[in-house]
Design a protein around this ligand. Sequence first.
Ligand code: HEM
Ligand SMILES: *[C@@H]1O[C@H](CO)[C@@H](O)[C@H](O)[C@H]1NC(C)=O
Ligand SMILES: *[C@@H]1O[C@H](CO)[C@@H](O)[C@H](O)[C@H]1NC(C)=O
Length: 427
Amino acid sequence: MDDGYVLPVPLTGIVLSLLLACLFNILKRRQVKSKELEPRRDEVDHLEATLNALQDSTIAIRASKAGSATLKNLWRLNNPFVSDSPELQQAYRRALMKTFSKTDNNAWAAIARSAAVSLEPFLRHRYDNGTYTITANVKDISRHVALVAVLKGLFDIDHVPTDTLMYIGSEIHRLTVGKKQYDAGASRPDDLPQDLQRAADRLIDILRGVFSEAKESNELARTILCSVSGTPDHFNPLDLVIPAFEAPWRGVYYTLLAVLQPGLSKPDAVLALRDSAADRPPSPAALAIAYESLRLYPPIRRVRREQRVDIEAVQRDPQYWGPTADTFDPWRFLDGKGEINTTLIGPGSAWMPFAVGAMKCPSAGGYSARMIAVLAGEVLRQLFPGTDRPQWTMDGPEWDSAARTGQALRAGRDEYASVSVIASMPS
Ligand code: HEM
Ligand SMILES: *[C@@H]1O[C@H](CO)[C@@H](O)[C@H](O)[C@H]1NC(C)=O
Ligand SMILES: *[C@@H]1O[C@H](CO)[C@@H](O)[C@H](O)[C@H]1NC(C)=O
């Protein structure tokens, strides 16, 4: 646009600025138009490229990547994430699908009850100046209920002492962060720092104790832990606990943070989760919240393939999610009748929190979405009992003005660790 727009010389300031304003508008409109006309190649291909990268891969390629070696060495794993054996992968998929299909409404109700009981030590009750409050650290309760649910739901392990559960949850997290730091700077995966390795071995020992009965009485533990991946005398619960716990606890965590974020003037998502009973399939609204949480805050942001595949980037691309791509808006998943719009989560869509292709997460068929809905729902039922309109505030230095003004939350490993929710009931 370098052709001359010749301005008449003798003009008053007002006319001149009016003309400039018009000119500016014309230029702006042209820019918008040319953006619409020329397809932006990089963005048009973004989804397709991501889908292809995920589909054209094998477990052998995934296992050959650098991060896989430290994963295997540190946790002493022998599971699909580190193995190149298609037989082992299929055995995991079969056994998990069988377990998931046996998890009926009663089983979910039992999982929710275990979660509720386990929360008790984490809720600080107070009666102060006419107001009753319950305070809880959001990260601690998310991690705790997810671990309880995994042990109960997959292995029928219940009544593990709170201290042991806290140790397991925090140690898995601490070692995961340590491993990531090590991966970022390390060249020799065989040479893990000794303190990390010792801590991991101690964790495995303690978990073996927790699984001492289940390894005989529970079918999933017997087939996968003690037969496919190990033996009854030498088995490693982490082979299943790591994949079943690491992603779901973060799913629960960000779901809670996201529904609590808007504050009590917008309680609709909090209410939808609280009021979706655990012993019935989740309501469409509760599912929509889980789907939106998995879209905006995918627990697994990138996966290892030939190149790293960035799931989070596609799931936040305005090309597919519109101008509100960076906003937490569960209702985008509902159609006009209040049902889930399955096009948005179906094959070929830009929603892929469980990856796609041969290594897609076995829990993608609904188990994990229900787990998030049930656990976030149970936490909210404990914080906001009954049917009253919930009232709460968020507290902690990390709950900064960005969080308070509704911007997308930061997705890093250790974010918001000190943030508490304070639920209050006037009485
Ligand atoms: C919010 C919950 C979950 C999310 C977002 C999630 C996500 C994923 C993703 C992205 C992958 C592909 C990883 C890769 O290729 O590197 C995966 C694989 C896998 N996930 Fe999940 N997952 C979740 C829950 C679970 C649960 C509850 C279990 C087990 C009970 C589980 C077991 C597995 C297994 C065994 C694989 C490997 C599958 C294969 O290679 O064939 N996941 N998951
Ligand atoms: C008690 O509540 C009242 C009204 O909300 C407030 O003005 C007062 O400062 C509170 N007192 C204490 C000790 O917190
Ligand atoms: C479902 O989502 C797709 C993709 O955004 C959209 O084209 C379609 O109109 C939606 N369907 C309904 C019934 O809302």
